[in-house]
Design a protein around this ligand. Structure first.
Ligand SMILES: C[S@@+](CC[C@H](N)C(=O)[O-])C[C@H]1O[C@@H](n2cnc3c(N)ncnc32)[C@H](O)[C@@H]1O
Length: 345
């Protein structure tokens, strides 16, 4: 059943943050999907709310700050994706919802949402557990009513991953699972003219796909506009994480996370709320790891003082200064002035 979409007010977003025990920044509203709790296999973590707050930095927009001293190796917090999608090369090799590798779970329950009639769209995907089937049902019901061949081919032929996340978010919005402004709070990229033209083409394909599936109702016409598509993609471009599963135990994380940088084993991409507020440093004091699914684990790499900003590294830190600066400028639109860059290293 399709539901109406409502925008969240600023105060609602602030209340959401407080419910998650994360202090909102003083001047703006922030919502979060971060979970405080540690899961099975997580490293030791102190009880209580996550020891972080989001606040304005001096020169890098919003950032994440420690509300108490954090020890090296501590799990700072976990976060569930706002939206995630398998990479095309892993489409049928990982859970269509949480990106867990197929076969890595004893409890494989289904190659399709159990017992459902596939209708005219016989594409089947793998869901690793009931807890992934349940939240998928609502958006997947919308997704499979349409024939995505044209849109998916367009992405596959051009090696595009982010439009697949927008497609999923569009289905989530149409189904009423999430509001249309779910990612609005994230910082958008500045888009070059050619990127805008590409997006217009993709948007036309998306609308065509929904229209052919008779999903072109008033809600879609009103909410899923070209501007919506561009706004979402502009945010995904600088906030999406490429997910590489570490597997194994937390004891291995320091070494395995370093080994993964630059490798091409990404199972998919995801966008989060709180992890998107972490700024970059070429000599970071925190990092993000994924154990066996798309749930992000934020970990301290060294001792962090109360009030210190937590920063992660967006790129391969082993590159030289010029290469790092080039990638950060072209990919993320900023000139890095972290201490390592300033020292000329
Ligand atoms: C993923 S967002 C990080 C959160 C962002 N500061 C915000 O307010 O939402 C990435 C953006 O933050 C800013 N940023 C991150 N690290 C930075 C750094 N080391 N120096 C300057 N700007 C940085 C850049 O504008 C970059 O495009």
């Amino acid at each position: 059943m399709l539901c109406a979409v409502r925008r969240r007010t600023t105060s609602e977003l602030r209340r959401m943050l407080c419910r998650q025990n994360i202090n909102p920044p003083p001047l703006r509203s922030v919502s979060t999907a971060a979970g405080a709790g540690a899961g099975a296999g997580d490293p030791p973590t102190r009880p209580g709310p996550p020891p972080i707050r989001v606040a304005l930095t001096e020169s890098a927009g919003r950032g994440v700050f420690a509300t108490r001293a954090i020890g090296a190796g501590e799990l700072v917090h976990s976060a569930k994706p706002l939206v995630a999608h398998p990479s095309p090369s892993h489409l049928r090799k990982v859970c269509y919802y949480c990106l867990r590798k197929k076969g890595s779970e004893a409890s494989l329950i289904s190659d399709e949402i159990a017992g459902e009639d596939l209708g005219s769209n016989p594409t089947s995907y793998y869901f690793c557990s009931e807890s992934c089937v349940e939240p998928s049902k609502i958006f997947y019901e919308v997704e499979r009513r349409a024939d995505w061949a044209l849109y998916d081919d367009h992405c596959r032929l051009r090696g595009l991953k982010y439009p697949l996340m927008v497609k999923r978010l569009a289905c989530m919005v149409i189904s009423g699972a999430v509001p249309a402004d779910t990612v609005d709070i994230l910082q958008p990229a500045t888009l070059p003219q050619e990127a805008l033209l590409e997006m217009e083409e993709e948007f036309a394909l998306l609308r065509h796909t929904f229209k052919k599936a008779s999903l072109q109702d008033e809600l879609i016409a009103l909410v899923l506009t070209k501007q919506w598509y561009i706004n979402v993609l502009a945010r995904i471009r600088i906030n999406a994480f490429r997910i590489e599963l570490v597997g194994g135990s937390h004891e291995d994380l320091f070494t395995s996370a370093a080994a993964l940088v630059g490798s091409d084993v990404s199972v998919g991409n995801a966008v989060y709320m709180v992890p998107s507020f972490y700024n970059h440093d070429c000599d970071p004091n925190a990092h993000i790891v994924w154990l066996d699914n798309a749930d992000a684990k934020l970990k301290a790499l060294r001792d962090i003082e109360e009030g210190e900003e937590l920063r992660i590294c967006y790129i391969d830190a082993s590159m030289n200064l010029d290469a790092r600066q080039k990638i950060l400028a072209e990919g993320f639109g900023f000139q890095c002035n972290c201490l390592r860059c300033l020292s000329g290293d």
